[in-house]
Design a protein around this ligand. Structure first.
Ligand code: COA
Length: 382
């Protein structure tokens, strides 16, 4: 009998493993660069719109005026949910967690699609547009239902970001709020082979349908180490309460080796360029909305972390300042991660399209580290 096993060659967390090619995001984690199709992320967040950025990712180039108008039109005409889906959503328990609702709603959309399994590039494009257009409706319908408020029908004269806020609040947002959400959507829409995108690609590689790929990605995104971190940041800010408490709180966490939400990244070992953009953005928004205390607390946390752990490559990530930004635009805590999911549909769909071009089943292997040549012991002798 032997129990000897070869030493494992597995890369824990697949760190450093190149598992796909993409033409969408370029990330340099040591220099702090993020580009979509070669365009720096800050230039897009400043000047583009979410719809235009998604076109860029899916087509590998910026649209001309008529292409953009056409793309925007296609999205807007699909904002409305099937009536039956609204009925289903408004029968969910009001205590349901919105990410579970979003995952269920996206999965359910396949049931109204006459060709849910079609996966040609054109099919994925058109299903992607429909899914993207309807994700805000799934979340806003549920949010208003759980609060006992009347459901708001979409307004196809509004941009993606403005319509989302309109369906959520029943009022058209100001230009500042629309721009704030739009910038967040752009900044979060793609980011290389992150966990949820990898999930979508794995599912797509089996030639399964797009709805399954996106539902699986939503499931991966909601974990606290991935998209759920922005909620964790806000919980932390609430728990700290005031600027005076920041130092003790953070030092205590560091001493007890607790992770500080919104810091650290598998890829960035320097400042995350998305966090840099949102830092400036959230400062202005916080001043305009009477939330400067949140910004000041965040700044102080960043200073302490800079001194304590920046030398180890741990800096604020996108979630750190997006938490304050989302709070300032009036989003409730448990809608932060759904906003991230709604943004990430651009990247997920783009990766599904890339995966299906020259697809090969994603099927890595595991090093077996258990014993060998064990006897089978009959149950009454165990
Ligand atoms: C994002 C994250 C999962 C990346 O982690 P990773 O590459 O797997 O790195 P690890 O979790 O293995 O951490 C490596 C070391 O850095 C420390 N570290 C990483 N993130 C930290 C954080 N946010 N606060 C304090 N210490 C942190 C770990 O404790 C670990 O220390 P050790 O070597 O002494 O054990 C991790 O940084 C994290 O959990 N961050 C908080 C959650 C978050 O903000 N997620 C959003 C990502 S966009």
């Amino acid at each position: 009998m032997t129990t000897a096993t070869a030493p494992s060659t597995a890369s824990k967390g697949l760190e450093g493993v190149v598992a796909a090619e993409t033409k969408m995001s370029f990330i340099d984690g040591t220099k702090g660069i993020l580009e979509y199709v070669g365009i720096p992320i800050a230039a897009l967040a400043e000047n583009s719109s979410f719809e235009e950025t998604v076109f860029l990712l899916w087509n590998g180039r910026l649209p001309n005026r008529s292409e953009l108008d056409g793309f925007v039109f296609q999205i807007r005409e699909q904002y409305a949910l099937p009536k039956e889906l609204i009925n289903i959503i408004t029968s969910f328990p009001k205590t349901a967690e919105p990410m579970h609702v979003l995952r269920t709603g996206v999965s359910a959309l396949s049931l109204w699609d006459p060709k849910p399994d079609a996966i040609s590039a054109d099919d994925v494009h058109s299903k992607g547009i429909s899914m993207m257009a309807k994700m805000p409706g799934i979340i806003t319908t549920f949010d208003r239902y759980r609060k006992g408020k009347p459901i708001v029908a979409p307004d196809s004269s509004l941009s993606f970001a403005a319509n989302l806020m309109y369906m959520l609040n029943g009022e058209k947002p100001t230009k500042t709020m629309e721009k704030a959400l739009d910038a967040c959507l752009i900044l979060h829409t793609d980011h290389g082979l992150n966990a949820s995108t990898f999930t979508a690609r794995v599912i797509a590689s089996t030639l399964s349908d797009v709805y399954s790929a996106i539902s699986g990605a939503i499931g991966a995104l909601r974990g606290p180490l991935h998209g759920g971190a922005n909620e964790g940041v806000m919980h932390m800010l609430h728990e700290i309460g005031s600027l005076d408490n920041v130092d003790d709180f953070i030092h205590h966490k560091l001493e007890t080796k607790d992770k500080i939400m919104g810091f650290g990244h598998r890829v960035y070992k320097t400042r995350d360029p998305r966090a840099m953009f949102l830092k400036n953005f959230s400062k202005k928004l916080a001043e305009q909305t009477g939330n400067s205390n949140l910004y000041e607390m965040s700044r102080r946390i960043e200073d302490i972390m800079e001194e304590a752990v920046a030398a180890r490559g741990i800096y604020p990530n996108v979630d750190f300042y997006s938490a304050t930004t989302y709070h300032c635009i009036g989003l409730e805590l448990d809608l932060f991660t759904p906003m991230f999911a709604i943004s990430r549909i651009g990247g997920w769909l783009g990766h599904v399209i890339e995966q299906q071009t020259g697809n090969r089943l994603i099927r890595p292997k595991a090093d077996y580290i258990g014993p060998h040549e064990q006897p089978y012991i009959p149950i009454n002798e165990r």
